[in-house]
Design a protein around this ligand. Structure first.
Ligand code: SF4
Length: 383
């Protein structure tokens, strides 16, 4: 049995994502949400590995995906999940026949090379998503010398670090562009041929810097906001054009991320009274859904149903901290949208649906009033 499946979610999908709670209240789920094909494939490989390990230790080089429910499930089955700081020492003690699993975001090339050279006896199960590999293949396809590669991604995300390490095989300068805030500065550097005014921690060089007029390539971490990648691509192309530099762009936001974002926008258009985004706090595609939803309604990013209370909610504010807000549902609310990224198991979404169904205070109240009916929303407080 797959512990991440959920019958309430299946039922919601059969009803076009609408869950009626009675009294005119309802939950809205997008037409696409939760596990993507890459995650399903990675977890299936890990499960197969567990069933055939025959007692051999299994070491996972970091979380398999960014979701605590999933990682804790595999930890409870005996999988050792090495933190970044533990990877090298964890590999030191790997013996012949041990199983070593590369997570879905991949690992930096140095780690993979070390693994394959030093521990030829270890069985390596590589769950790197093929969409992540496609980014690496694009970079390998760049011909000629003098490339600068821009990586649009979160500097501390394992996928960006894995991509960056491979970009340095192809280019002598690799620059991480974390978002639109850094774009202007990056475009100025492309036009002027000098990166002196750009955050130096985001610049990685190997050997002599490329010529100021050298070609430029742009790739993305697969889970960025699609609209942002388009804006970034247009600005980089324009800057290269002005500077007479050849540019090559790869739209490497994966289809699964794009589909989930498009479906989230459709939910936002229905103007729910509040939005819940369910998923891991370290998950990039979950954070992008949170960004989209914030523009539509009061939005709360929660790991699971345990964060929900009738009056208060404990939620993650990306870039800030865990926060408690009261009240979180506007008086007279009618609809709550629920989004979930590619790393969120259906079981966590199902638990949120059940939490709403089990709230007696709403079931007893009958049809809700709305602000228009006279119930003015009061101020929310941090608690
Ligand atoms: S979100 Fe995209 S890149 Fe990440 S595992 Fe899923 S399909 Fe692969």
């Amino acid at each position: 049995m797959n512990p991440f499946q959920d019958s309430d979610v299946e039922q919601a999908r059969r009803h076009d994502g609408v869950v009626s709670l009675g009294g005119g209240r309802r939950l809205l789920l997008p037409r696409v949400f939760g596990f993507c094909g890459g995650v399903v494939h990675a977890l299936a490989q890990l499960r197969r590995c567990l069933s055939t390990a025959g007692g051999q230790p299994i070491r996972l080089l970091g979380p398999v995906i960014h979701n605590d429910t999933v990682n804790e499930h595999f930890r409870a089955q005996g999988v050792t999940i090495l933190s970044e700081a533990e990877i090298l020492t964890g590999l030191e003690s790997a013996g012949a026949g041990d199983l070593v699993v590369i997570p879905a975001f991949g690992v930096p090339l140095e780690i993979e090379t070390l693994l394959r050279r030093r521990y030829p006896g270890a069985q390596i199960i590589d769950t790197t998503c093929r969409d992540v590999r496609a980014v690496w293949m694009f970079m390998e396809s760049l011909t000629g010398p003098g490339w600068t590669i821009l990586v649009h991604g979160k500097a501390d995300h394992p996928e960006t670090r894995a991509t960056l390490s491979r970009a340095l095989q192809r280019a002598t300068r690799v620059v991480v562009v974390p978002g639109l805030a850094a774009l202007e500065s990056a475009c100025r550097a492309l036009r002027e041929g000098s990166w002196a005014g750009y955050p130096q921690t985001l610049i990685h060089e190997r050997g002599s810097p490329p010529p100021a007029s050298g070609p430029v390539a742009l790739v993305q971490q697969t889970t960025m906001l699609h609209s942002e990648t388009l804006a970034l691509g247009a600005a980089v192309t324009a800057a290269c054009c002005q500077a007479g530099r050849h540019s090559q762009l790869a739209n490497t936001v994966c289809r699964a991320t794009q589909d989930r974002q498009d479906a989230a926008v459709e939910v936002c258009r229905q103007r729910p009274d509040a939005m819940l985004v369910v998923g891991g706090f370290g998950s990039s595609n979950t954070a992008q859904l949170h960004r989209l939803a914030c523009a539509a309604a009061p939005t709360y990013l929660v790991q699971n149903a345990a964060a929900l209370g009738a009056e208060t909610i404990t939620h993650w504010v990306p870039g800030a901290a865990l926060q408690c807000t009261r009240p979180w549902l506007p008086p007279g609310w009618r609809t709550v949208g629920i989004l979930a990224g590619a790393s969120c198991p259906a079981s966590d979404v199902g638990a949120v649906i059940r939490w709403f169904r089990e709230q007696p205070q709403w079931a007893d109240q009958g049809a809700p009033t709305t602000a228009a009916d006279g119930a003015e929303p009061g101020p929310t407080q941090r608690c």
